[in-house]
Design a protein around this ligand. Structure first.
Ligand SMILES: *[C@@H]1O[C@H](CO)[C@@H](O)[C@H](O)[C@H]1NC(C)=O
Ligand SMILES: *[C@@H]1O[C@H](CO)[C@@H](O)[C@H](O)[C@H]1NC(C)=O
Length: 481
């Protein structure tokens, strides 16, 4: 018994926290800070930025109107008042479902693309509204009518982007000779904002197993262009917890009307996460951060897994935002739907060789590149010790906090085990300006002045008193990304 206990404590004594010693990507950008969920009961969210304003539109649970909000920050959209610019009509298209509006500014005018249905029928098409005036919330809106496509079939989720000087429309549509599937992703160039030029082509069908759960769906396409590539995200399967996101990629210079120009990720790139309790994430858009340096992904999901009845009758799809990270190879890293509360950050060491703090509870120095979420942490403020302290909580394993165990040793431990004041203090830090770079931060143990979280040359994360040498000061300085 004694020996067993000693062995166990020897093993747990080895558990420690590690850095990933790997160069940070060249395109790293400063952290952003938003509070999730941004907006309750708003699905298919679209946030765009124009002339210093952020605009928000989304599907409302009543499916009966088009709403707009605007604010000077993304967070400001959460409390901005909402204007209804259009309401359900008495008959015809527009008397039923109102889904997934997007607001775009094209050639000096505002356009809203929206899917409008017929009352009591599963029959929807894409319509366009044109707004004249500098502020779309007070603009005069004119219905430009329905977008004519190859077939008169189920059509929804239109979006638009410009590549190589051509304005394209992308959307989801039921294809007559694929009656077994609900919708595919379509693309066509636009002659004007309400008319496509020539025949559209399909660039993705719901053919993979994860695109066919509940319903066989590809929908909600949206484009982000970076690093010589066009990345097109879309959503797949039924709108319950199986809903998830896929990715198509094309080279910027390729012929986007040739389906062969697009390659499809064989696995979903953004899915439900039980640890963070986020379910059915999808129907996203992208917008840039206030400082213009980060890409923000906007999407909806639910805060619970199981729903009763038709998922469309459950109103609680919530609008969420989180930073989109980029890998060294120039492709996007979507990570996981992050937990509720403040959006997480990454901590990159200022030490030569850099690297990100990594969540790890094993004993040996881990090998391999960690998943993005293992290098993301929520800054709990106030920290577990209260006051002006902060604590660091794992994003991939919420409830696990960084704590000094003894001496130099730090570990990630479950918050429920931190029962005494002393334990809470040991998991709390004072946030100071970076010792070697004021743009960064230094984390001082809340109960031990002059003892800082730092990086050892081995890649181990430690608490260390510094002797004032440059290299050591750098090891205790971190950039938040
Ligand atoms: C998918 O197609 C089936 C069969 O036509 C239909 O019952 C269902 O409502 C459709 N679902 C969606 C999300 O389009
Ligand atoms: C521990 O953390 C989890 C996840 O953040 C949180 O839901 C829970 O309330 C926390 N419990 C305590 C005792 O702090």
């Amino acid at each position: 018994m004694h020996i067993l206990r000693r062995l166990l404590s020897a093993v747990s004594a080895l558990n420690t926290a590690w850095m990933v010693v790997a160069p940070a990507p060249a395109a790293a950008s400063p952290a952003v800070n938003y509070v999730n969920s941004l907006i309750q009961q708003r699905a298919d969210p679209h946030i765009s930025k124009h002339d210093g304003w952020y605009y928000f539109t989304a599907t409302v649970p009543e499916y009966d109107r088009i709403i707009l909000r605007r604010a000077q920050t993304i967070q400001g959209l959460a409390s901005a008042s909402e204007t209804t610019i259009w309401r359900r009509k008495a008959s015809g298209y527009g008397s039923g479902q109102v889904w997934a509006p997007e607001l775009h500014f094209i050639d000096g005018k505002w356009y809203i693309y929206v899917a409008l249905g017929v009352a009591n029928a599963w029959n929807i098409r894409t319509f366009v509204f044109e707004g004249t005036g500098s502020n779309p919330l007070t603009a005069t809106w004119l219905e430009k009518g329905r977008i004519k496509t190859n077939w008169d079939t189920f059509t929804l989720d239109a979006s638009t982007f410009v590549a190589n000087g051509i304005q394209y429309l992308i959307w989801a549509q039921g294809i007559p000779d694929r009656p077994d599937e609900n919708s595919s992703i379509m693309i066509a160039p636009l002659e004007n904002p309400w008319t496509i030029r020539g025949r559209a082509v399909a660039i993705s069908h719901p053919t993979l197993s994860w695109e066919r759960i509940g319903y066989k769906v590809n929908e909600g396409p949206y484009v982000i262009q970076r690093n010589g590539k066009i990345f097109l995200t879309y959503s797949a399967s039924a709108t319950d917890y199986n809903y998830c996101m896929g990715l198509l990629t094309a080279s910027a210079g390729s012929d986007l009307m040739n389906p062969a120009s697009w390659s499809k990720s064989q696995t979903p790139i953004f899915t439900s996460n039980a640890k963070t309790n986020q379910w059915g994430p999808g129907h996203n858009s992208f917008v840039e951060s206030e400082d213009g340096q980060s890409d923000i992904m906007v999407y909806h999901d639910r805060g619970y897994q199981h729903i009763t009845g038709d998922p469309l009758n459950d109103p609680n799809r919530q609008t969420r935002v989180q930073k989109l990270y980029w890998k060294d190879d120039g492709t996007p890293d979507f990570g996981i739907p992050v937990p509720e509360g403040n959006t997480p950050i990454r901590l990159r060491s200022a030490a030569d060789g850099g690297g990100y703090v990594r969540y790890y509870t094993g004993s040996a120095n881990p090998t391999g590149t960690p998943a993005l979420a293992d290098t993301q942490f929520r800054i709990a403020s106030p920290g577990l010790a209260g006051g002006s302290t902060i604590s660091l909580e794992s994003t991939s394993d919420p409830g696990m906090f960084l704590r000094r165990v003894d001496g130099a040793r730090v570990q990630f431990v479950k918050n429920t085990t931190l029962t005494t004041t002393g334990m809470k203090v040991s998991a709390s830090f004072n946030r100071l300006p970076g010792l070697t770079d004021g743009e960064g931060v230094t984390l001082e143990l809340s109960d031990a002045k002059g003892q800082y979280l730092g990086l050892e040359a081995s890649g181990r994360l430690v608490v260390t008193p510094l002797n004032g040498q440059g290299a050591q000061l750098k090891q205790a300085t971190f950039f938040l990304e």
